[in-house]
Design a protein around this ligand. Structure first.
Ligand code: UD1
Length: 422
């Protein structure tokens, strides 16, 4: 079993290059089924969730080539909407994007319920509501979602909650529906804009992505394109927080600073210097004793829930008591027990964690409870003196390309060790 072994305490100096965004790459790869021929997709992160999405597409009949690192050529000429089994969908949440994409392109899709990180109940009622609004019938039996329509018709879809996944599935289902679809109360994350740009590059007519109202006029035909995925907001944020927490001077390259504003603001609230350039951000931090702060997660442009665990790890050494409110998921504090093993002083009450800064974190064996919780453990390990091991790192590999190499590049001591071989 592989683990990360971290010797904490080193300050970080240098540059980290950010990969393509996981949460943009996954729907974009699913959406390539619309092309009818070949799409060249660039800046694709080499992470296990993306590899799984490619396997699902190949299972449907696509041919996927990798002519150079982080570039894929997806040929979807032979794709058919066969049932996607649980053993594939249980690995990642984004497998449900094939529901919207296959439904719109072939009039039917049969996809086992998705897996992904557990943050409490993860319903798909808003996805189903969107499909039904467009005229599809949806049956869920034996944990398989079966959705079909003779014809899809544009419609008005009001999402009762701001959902990234439901917004994306509604967009995918609508691109070939007859007439105009209006999605209201849409999520506004950068990856939604990226998906819209990709769909438009293939000939779709999607407007308003990045606002609360997305309008889609259905088209009959779409075509292949060349497209480059945006940088990963959460990967960038993770390294920004790592640099702030541990201390040093780190420049995070290949980012869109605008996408990072909510994270930048909160890091600055803690007394850390953040300098924005056109395509990079620089973090200059003493590390350790920064100011406590209050952070509440919310949909974009608010503070991302996917940065909550990493930020909480940083707050463990800040002066005073910080407040972290989780307002998106109902069960996203499980990892806090792991931080407590390292000496953190945290009280959780419902959706709120009160983190009182301690002098030091103690190195300890800890586990990644999920993808971002795992990233938080890596940050805590970098903050602690001594040797921390982080187990269950396959969850971290789902979303961070070359994490070990990137951290070593800025002076961290971290290694991937196979404990079975020892
Ligand atoms: C995506 C991200 C995930 C991130 C989340 C919020 C991917 C692959 N995953 O997940 O990392 O934490 O956005 O930024 O992109 N909800 C409903 N009904 C639905 C759908 C959602 O009630 O049909 C609720 C959820 O329970 C949650 C909230 O809406 O409380 C937000 O969920 P959503 O934005 O859909 O998250 P995901 O798209 O699953």
């Amino acid at each position: 079993m592989e683990k990360f072994v971290i010797h904490g305490g080193n300050k970080l100096h240098g540059n980290i290059n950010i990969s393509g965004a996981k949460n943009a790459a996954l729907p974009i790869i699913a959406a390539s089924v619309f092309a009818g021929d070949v799409c060249r997709i660039e800046n694709v992160p080499d992470i296990s969730d993306v590899r799984m999405m490619i396997r699902i597409l190949e299972f449907l009949g696509a041919e996927v080539a990798k002519p150079e690192p982080n570039v894929i050529l997806v040929d979807v000429k032979n794709v058919t909407p066969v049932t996607i089994p649980d053993k594939m969908t249980s690995k990642l949440r984004a497998s449900y994007y094939l529901l919207g994409a296959l439904l719109s392109n072939f009039g039917k899709a049969c996809v086992a319920l998705p897996g992904g990180c557990y943050f409490g109940v993860r319903p798909i009622d808003q996805h189903i509501k969107a499909f039904e609004a467009l005229g599809a019938t949806v049956d869920v039996e034996n944990a398989i979602v079966d959705v079909k329509a003779d014809e899809l018709y544009g419609s008005s879809i009001y999402l009762d909650v701001v959902s990234v996944g439901a917004t994306i599935n509604a967009m995918l289902a609508a691109v070939k529906a007859k007439g105009l679809t209006v999605i209201e109360n849409a999520a506004r994350e950068p990856h939604i804009v990226d998906l819209a740009n990709f769909l438009n590059s293939m000939g779709a007519d999607v407007r308003g992505a990045g606002t609360e109202v997305i309008k889609i006029r259905g088209v009959e035909e779409m075509h292949g394109c060349t497209y480059s995925i945006i940088p990963d907001q959460i990967e960038a944020g993770t390294y920004m927080v790592a640099a702030a927490a541990v201390g040093g001077d780190v420049t995070i390259d290949n980012v869109i600073p605008k996408h990072l504003e909510s994270i930048t603001n909160k890091i600055e609230d803690c007394g850390v210097t953040v300098i924005e350039y056109d395509e990079s951000v620089r973090i200059i931090s003493e590390g350790g004793k920064m100011k406590a702060c209050r952070v509440k997660t919310s949909p974009h442009p608010g503070f991302p829930t996917d940065m909550q665990p990493q930020f909480a790890a940083m707050l463990c050494l800040c002066n005073g008591t910080s407040t972290v409110v989780e307002d998106v998921w109902d069960n996203r504090f499980k990892y806090i027990d792991q931080l407590r093993r390292m000496g953190a002083n945290i009280i959780v009450n419902g959706d709120t964690a009160l983190i009182t800064g301690v002098d030091k974190l103690r190195a300890a064996p800890v586990e990644a409870d999920d993808l971002r919780a795992g990233a938080a453990m890596v940050i805590a390990g970098l903050m602690a003196d001594g040797e921390t091991t982080v187990g269950n790192i396959k969850l971290i590999d789902r979303g961070y390309e070359n994490l070990v190499e990137k951290l070593i590049g800025v002076g961290a001591e971290i290694a991937r060790v196979n404990f079975e071989e020892e």
